[in-house]
Design a protein around this ligand. Sequence first.
Ligand SMILES: C[S@@+](CC[C@H](N)C(=O)[O-])C[C@H]1O[C@@H](n2cnc3c(N)ncnc32)[C@H](O)[C@@H]1O
Length: 255
Amino acid sequence: MFTYDIYAPWYDLQNEMDDVEFYLDSLREYGGPVLDAGCGTGRLLLAFAREGYETAGFDTSQEMLERARKKFAAEAPDVRERAAISFGDMRSFQLGRKFKVGLFGCNTFQHLLTNQDQDQALQSMYNHLEDDGILLLQTTNVRFHEHDPDVLYHRGREFNPETNQWVDGSYVYHYHQHLQIMQFTLLLDIIGEDDRISRKQIVLNLRYTFPPELERILASNGFALEALYGDFSRNPVSRDSPWIIAQARKRRLNI
Ligand SMILES: C[S@@+](CC[C@H](N)C(=O)[O-])C[C@H]1O[C@@H](n2cnc3c(N)ncnc32)[C@H](O)[C@@H]1O
């Protein structure tokens, strides 16, 4: 995805998540290998491989993948050998192997904008899971009451040690409610030495999904919902939860 090619140098700086222990706990319970669909810069892949799990990840952004590859190149050989990183689309990937656990982490599933896209991605994941395999799918719980639409919010100023630059971030939401798509625009004002500001505009269209709908989508693609959490401490989903995290199990289709 080209948007992420622009965002890649800033992604890790701006996307620290508290999800790693949650996924590692699941791997301790169910075992590997684990597939990370839309693995981006390898944030989760690296944590899994370091803990000794066989991992695979794919993504459509070459710049994000390049960062993942660089991270692994700096690791010990045994960690490097545990990870397979490739270019691939969530809707059509074919890796030729099966996994115990598959995940759509960090809002990745929200990039699937249509019902058909969602179904294709879930079917592709289904085909890559072992019998009884576990799917973990996390999305944002859209809190309309927290962000007024079409208002520019200041995110703050951050220093990127990699590029040696300060960046001033702002963002705005626009809701296409009839499509269940929120358009999230992130403005990155990168401050140059000569006081010239270079502006990068990251526009992401993100489909949102509500819990009962998610259960139905999972069921119609061969997954039985086992648990639904509102955060990575496994609290139930409420109006104010930051996330919707589904744990589902692959079941045999009666077709
Ligand atoms: C929010 S990032 C999450 C990255 C990573 N999973 C993480 O946890 O940090 C979403 C990722 O999904 C990728 N992506 C978007 N659409 C995709 C698609 N159709 N197939 C594969 N990857 C896709 C983007 O390139 C981006 O790297």
